[in-house]
Ligand binder design. Sequence first.
Ligand code: XUL
Ligand code: CO
Length: 435
Amino acid sequence: MSFFADIPQIAYEGPESGNEFAYRHYNPDEVIAGKPMAEHLRFAVAYWHSFAWEGGDPFGGRTFERPWFGGEMADAKVKADAAFDLFRILGQPFFCFHDADVRPEAESYAENCARLDEITDYFGEKMETVGTRLLWGTANLFSHRRFMSGAATNPDPEVFAYAAATIKANMDATHKLGGENYVLWGGREGYETLLNTDLSREADQMARMLSLVVEYKHKIGFKGTILVEPKPQEPTKHQYDFDVATCYGFLKRYGLEDEVKLNIEQGHAILAGHSFEHEVALAASLGVFGSIDMNRNDYQSGWDTDQFPNSVPEVALVYYEILKAGGFTTGGTNFDAKLRRQSLDAEDLVLAHVGAMDLCARGFKAALALREDGGLETARAARYAGWDDDLGRAMMASDLGEIAERVRRDDLRPEPRSGRQERLENLVNRVTDQI
Ligand code: XUL
Ligand code: CO
């Protein structure tokens, strides 16, 4: 009997529907702005939170009871059966996984590879039957104690070697399954104390690892995108991939900015003191926007609580920036989100995703409406219009002396003009309220 027993496949029933087990806004096949909604949003389920996480917190262990919580390969297959059942129920979103989520940890590297091969072959068959695709694969280089002082940035080259070999195995698995991206989140790439840390060596090591990944991608003909996921803290006190700006500086320093893009997570943006839309807009302006992890933090706790999104205005502004950047290419909307530890039931897991997908669809439609309205862009263009005129062009081409001469000659006396923030906020609310 399936873990999800009699939970029906979720269908679109429209905004009037009062059925919990239905989409009210997400209509995957509906064509809007030139393509089906499913292809705009490219939702993905995160294997680690939805199937591997046991409901623990710093004060207590497992709260969930799942039939696959054993340490054998047979359990991994029961877990896969449940996972693909969820994908079917939700209408075949993409999925994402780390090696450690999908197979039990073995004693040796060779055995870990054999297990990863076996389970990903099993995935391959199921992906065909269910019609689910892989958004990205990744290696867990942060949970095992061998990685406590970092993976690429470890002071011990043996750990670097083990991490590199593990990445290779995961890139092979991702490639085999037709994955559309490969992600590197620098879980332990950072430090606890500067007293024992050599910053410049660690930066070189991290860049070396990333270069190896890029080189290998081309060698095996992986057509997907290599993505780095910024995060400022947790688990280490200071994470090297702090935020978009920091990651871009790193990529640029090592000449990797044309090869690597970013997977931006809402909760991580907030931890770094930014808004999600800021991080997305900045990445887009630097040419490194790749994909998103759509999971919010709790605004009081100040930690990475990985909650399912539940605010339409928040997601609308993010999709607005994504649409402005041309939409997703290989990227998508991954729910790197977990249930609260009291949400024990199979229904909770299904409905968390249903709610999040619906909410994102609504936010996406709001973003489209804002694009169609065009008011924000008109206002922005008007605000900078002077830069397209003679004076603006001259500022880009003159030296300081010439500029000073011009100011004197024309007796320039600049008058401040309103930034119109409240009017723009009203515009956003007016347009998005109608969705
Ligand atoms: C951790 C996090 C990771 C990455 C993949 O905060 O977001 O789950 O998304 O390793
Ligand atoms: Co993430």
